[in-house]
Design a protein around this ligand. Structure first.
Ligand code: TUI
Length: 314
């Protein structure tokens, strides 16, 4: 059995967070992960206002375990979502794509634990000073919006920079990844891509098929020119974006290419026009399983990896 300080901190059985994925992570998926012993996280990006509240309440009706909400700070609904999290008293808020300092007093006042995603040691230090309970150090192997550093160099440098616990994310989808994260000094992991193919995850079948067919070289990074760097699967949409990104196309035209593309993938299943976000580890994901099966597989795999590595000690 593996227990880490993250289990105490987050009130969970196993040190695994399900990443809040825009247009993907709803109350049903989050509840399934929390019920299985990890931390399920609803993405506020999908639902401003009343809808977010409904998703939180739906998750609450499906599990008595703690749940989280992820707020994408660049979303126009971020302030609204921040207030709803405080009113609904979700146990944990995670944030992405920016600095959540402005919202932190509100959440601390409501007794919510704040666990920001950081892509640098500098932001991790700032978050510790502002009252974060832990940070998620996310490397650029992740799907979606990414920073510059990769997980292997980022995690130990963030661990050394702060006293609060660090959760590793980016490029992790099995027990070997969890074991490796613990070796880097992390107290747990966050996985997105692996949970995209969970049975309880409601994305269109085409999205899951793309993940299940992916290999180690199936993702591409686009959007650097406009400062919205994202990793997604190589599809007609992302290949086209990459092809035109550094031509004489205007910023406005490039921006227009991106608008609605995440929704088209995750909600509409638009095979040609959708931007199918996924991490580099997609090639490792080979089966559609329940959230509980995924969590058990990762935990058994990590136990085996740690025992086997301990056998090298003399
Ligand atoms: O946020 C994510 N991943 C995401 S958000 C998203 S939605 C989206 N919509 C339209 C365009 C682009 C994305 C899809 N995937 N991950 C967490 C994350 N946060 N990764 C990197 C960061 C990050 C980067 C810089 C966090 C803080 C940061 O600091 C900047 C600052 O202001 O200090």
């Amino acid at each position: 059995m593996i227990r880490t300080p993250l289990c105490e901190l987050a009130g969970i059985r196993v040190p695994i967070f399900q990443g809040g994925m825009a247009h993907v992570s709803d109350g049903k998926l989050a509840a399934a992960v929390s019920e299985a012993g990890g931390l399920g996280i609803i993405s506020a990006m999908n639902f401003g206002g009343t809808k977010l509240r409904e998703q939180i309440r739906e998750a609450r009706s499906l599990t008595a375990n703690p749940i989280g909400v992820n707020i994408m700070l660049q979303a126009p609904t971020a302030a609204d979502s921040a207030a709803i999290c405080a009113e609904e008293k979700v146990e944990i808020v995670t944030t992405g794509a920016g600095n959540p300092a402005a919202f932190m007093p509100l959440w601390l006042e409501a007794g919510i634990k704040i666990i920001p995603v950081v892509a640098s040691a500098a932001l991790a230090r700032m978050m510790e000073r502002a009252g974060a309970s832990a940070v998620i150090a996310e490397g650029g192997e992740s799907g979606g919006h990414i920073g510059e550093a990769a997980t292997m160099p980022l995690v130990p440098q963030v661990v050394d920079a702060v006293k609060i616990p660090v959760i590793a994310a980016g490029g992790i989808a099995d027990g070997r990844g969890l074991a490796a994260a613990l070796m880097l000094g992390a107290v747990g992991i966050q996985m997105g891509t692996r949970f995209l193919t969970a049975k309880e995850c409601g994305v269109p079948a085409h999205y899951k098929e793309l993940i299940l067919k992916a290999t180690d070289t199936s993702t591409i990074v686009t959007g650097r020119r406009l400062g919205h760097t994202v990793r997604s699967l190589k599809t007609p949409y992302s290949r086209h974006y990459a092809q035109v990104e550094y031509t004489d196309i205007s910023d406005e035209e490039l921006e227009a290419l991106g608008v609605g593309s995440l929704r088209r993938a995750a909600i509409d299943g638009d095979e040609k026009g959708g931007c199918y976000l996924a991490g580099q580890i997609a090639g490792l994901v080979k089966a559609e399983q329940t959230a509980a099966e995924i969590i058990e597989d990762v935990m058994r795999g990590a136990e085996a990896a740690l025992s086997s590595a301990a056998g090298y000690l003399r």
